[in-house]
Design a protein around this ligand. Structure first.
Ligand code: A2P
Length: 331
């Protein structure tokens, strides 16, 4: 059966990539709708060789039958319109942080916890970009060795801050003042992503902590994070330090990662082979290298994990969730 599908925020950085990934993966779409703010209403967007007119998102947008809507139009848009869509029987896959920690809303990376899709009430949250690539790496290791503690340090691309973030780097390299970030991102690393919270962490850091716990189904997992914006246009890199309850053999740990879904190992340091942002861009896999024992603790390992934050970290993950839903509809 073909489905009716809407993309909300179709003109944005993630929205455009939704269209690209939907085309590539050839989802079975009957009627297709593109929605954005009044600023873009009336513009034309081409999808699978056909032109579509951008509709303004309103309270009436979901009066027509829509099976699945992919949202990436900011938290306040999701807060208002996802429940309206859901009440009309549309399944919303939401890329904003608005619903992620709601106990009624599954937070899903298909390689990690696709079973959680089953209990949705018409809203499913797509996790934070940095968290998605991290949990793809952590899930098989948690199953095998039981994770005790995780330390994240991220090196995040400007595309994660939308078109405005991208322009700050592009224009900053020409000497212009920043508009999106509080400081120049050109030639700088900014240890500041999203807003600061009372505990001294940024919201991005706490998303990584809380979302990791939710998807690995362990509310007490010890996790800490430092998230940093770096002058890279696309793809996030992460240093992940993991401590396990159980002992491991390094070769076996690498095999475990290699055999897990959605992972490509690039771990040949003597040939200078390790994952790079420029190589991850355009791909849906999570690339892992620099795999080595943390010799300062009993059962620890260090990983270098890189993925395209707009694809696997946002659009492709949401489309994968849509594919699972369609499979379940047709089962
Ligand atoms: P628009 O282009 O009309 O402003 P990005 O994160 O790359 O900046 O993209 C944000 C996306 O969310 C855009 O598609 C933008 O549409 C859309 N958007 C922002 N605010 C709203 C809103 N109030 N209603 C619908 N779409 C919105």
């Amino acid at each position: 059966k073909k489905i009716n599908l809407a993309v909300v925020g179709a003109t944005g950085m993630v929205g455009r990539t939704f269209l690209k990934v939907l085309e590539e993966r050839q989802l079975p779409i009957e009627n297709f709708y593109v929605m954005a703010s009044s600023r873009s209403a009336g513009k034309t967007i081409t999808f699978s060789g056909k032109d579509y007119i951008v509709e303004e998102l309103t309270e009436n947008s979901f009066d027509k039958p829509i099976d699945i809507a992919l949202f990436s139009a900011g938290g306040s848009t999701s807060e208002k319109f996802a429940p309206i869509a859901a009440a009309h029987g549309c399944i919303v896959i939401d890329n904003s942080s608005q619903w992620r920690m709601d106990p009624q809303v599954p937070l899903v990376v298909p390689e990690v916890n696709s079973e959680d899709i089953a209990w949705h009430k018409n809203i499913i949250a797509n996790p934070n970009c940095s968290t998605i690539q991290a949990v793809v790496a952590l899930k098989p290791l948690n199953e095998k060795y039981k994770i005790k503690r995780v330390v994240y340090s991220t090196y995040q691309a400007v595309s994660g801050a939308g078109l405005a973030g991208w322009m700050d780097l592009e224009n900053g390299l020409k000497g212009e003042e920043p508009k999106k970030f509080p400081h120049p991102i050109a030639n700088n690393c900014l240890p500041h992503i999203d807003v600061f919270l009372d505990n001294g962490y940024t919201k991005e850091e706490m998303k990584m902590v809380n979302e990791t716990r939710k998807m690995l189904h362990n509310e007490n997992l010890k996790v800490t994070a430092t998230t940093v914006r770096v002058p890279v246009f696309n793809s996030h890199s992460e240093s992940i330090n993991v401590e396990f309850e159980n002992p491991f053999e390094l070769d076996e740990l690498i095999e475990t990662l290699k055999n897990a879904p959605g992972i490509v190992i690039m771990n040949n340091s003597k040939d200078n082979e390790y994952p790079l942002a420029v190589d991850a861009t355009g791909h849906d896999e999570v690339f892992i290298g620099r795999i080595r024992r943390d010799e300062s603790v009993e059962n620890g390992v260090n990983l270098w994990v890189v993925a395209d934050n707009i694809r696997k970290g946002a659009a492709s993950n949401a489309v994968q969730i849509a594919e699972e839903i369609i499979r379940n509809m047709n089962a």
